[in-house]
Design a protein around this ligand. Structure first.
Ligand SMILES: NC(=O)c1ccc[n+]([C@@H]2O[C@H](COP(=O)([O-])OP(=O)(O)OC[C@H]3O[C@@H](n4cnc5c(N)ncnc54)[C@H](O)[C@@H]3O)[C@@H](O)[C@H]2O)c1
Length: 315
């Protein structure tokens, strides 16, 4: 079967055009694609137009791709009309399993052979969503973050019936479309980023429920605390620097025993030699030759830039 390469995509169908589908539409338009949207709601087209209108000034300021034009957006009269002309399909309908199963089967039936179909689902696995499709091998999860036109991350993962070429194709397409892509090797409920968010969120709810912290204290704890480091370095590299010149290895020796302390309701894993080494090796891979001093300089520059951008400099 002749299949378009990820770099040959011209038209993207956005099925479901609410917060996320509309955000995807704005992103793809800004990257120079034609977008055909479909949404069953009577006010779907009007809502989509408003969303893209509001996003466009920010996208223009960020810099549009060559040929990007807000007028490359059209609204189809039916699901089949939208996907019939698509080189890639992004489904962003409500998060209900039965709805997704039926919709993905309908999309699959009407989309030209070999065209990859991605779902924006926040937490369902493709294995449970692809059950009714005739050609489930081209169905993948492409999980974005709101708003998809500003937050780069997309997590890509297939289901049991998905073929590897579809996962690779979608990953490459998203990369070319300006996204930061994590291609996951296996299905995991909530994917990676939502699991991390959710751990923090559940602990926050526990602390409020128990009167241990207020809503305001929790938000301040992140925006004026660890949240300032995360735009530059994720939680692992952040703790690599918490170990001083000794990096992650020293940090684990120093704080490893704290894993037994009641600092969170989430149970800690056993800090086995294998886990210890994987954390140390992972940080070394990520540092890619940069010394602790280099990373400290990068982190400090980023924190100052974020504080300045937010108008939150102290002193
Ligand atoms: N909101 C977020 O922060 C976020 C982040 C990442 C992923 N997601 C996922 O994106 C998907 C969409 O979420 P949302 O927040 O945009 O919801 P939303 O309610 O804003 O939009 C859903 C849209 O789907 C339309 N719709 C209803 N039935 C449909 C059908 N049968 N076929 C096609 N469209 C239909 C609705 O009219 C609506 O416009 C969900 O799977 C959600 O889990 C949401």
């Amino acid at each position: 079967m002749a299949r378009l390469g990820p770099g040959e995509v011209r038209t993207v169908a956005c099925i479901g055009a609410g917060v996320i589908g509309g955000g995807w539409a704005a992103h793809f338009l800004a990257r120079g694609y034609r977008v055909v949207a479909w949404d069953p709601a009577p006010d779907g087209a009007a809502r989509l137009t408003r969303l893209v209108d509001r996003a466009w000034p920010a996208l223009t300021e960020l810099g549009l791709a060559d040929g990007a034009d807000r007028d490359n957006l059209s609204f189809a009269g039916s699901l089949s009309a939208a996907v019939a002309v698509a080189d890639f399909v992004q489904e962003s309908a409500p998060e209900q399993l039965e709805l997704k199963q039926k919709l993905l089967a309908d999309i699959d039936a009407a989309t030209p052979a070999g065209v990859v179909v991605a779902s924006s689902t926040s937490g369902y696995g493709m294995t449970e969503m692809q059950t009714a499709a005739t050609t489930p091998e081209r169905l993948v999860v492409g999980h974005p973050f709101n708003p998809p036109y500003l937050i780069p991350l997309v997590e890509v993962v297939g289901g049991k019936l998905t073929e590897q070429w579809a996962v690779d194709w979608a990953s490459e397409f998203y990369r070319l479309a300006g996204k930061s892509v994590i291609t996951m090797d296996r299905e995991l409920p909530g994917f990676i980023a939502n699991r991390l968010q959710e751990a923090l969120w559940r602990e926050a709810l526990h602390m409020v429920a128990n009167g241990e912290a207020t809503v305001e204290q929790i938000d301040q704890a992140i925006t004026d605390g660890p949240g300032l480091r995360w735009p530059a370095q994720g939680p692992c590299l952040t703790f690599h620097l918490a170990g001083g010149e000794g990096g992650m290895a020293h940090m684990l020796d120093h704080f490893g025993p704290s894993l037994k302390s009641p600092w969170t309701r989430l149970e800690a894993p056993e800090l086995t030699p294998e886990l210890h080494d994987e954390m140390v090796d992972g940080c070394e891979r990520e540092a890619a030759g940069r010394s602790i001093a280099d990373l400290v300089r990068e982190r400090d520059r980023a924190i100052i830039a974020v504080q300045r951008a937010l108008g939150r400099e102290h002193g």
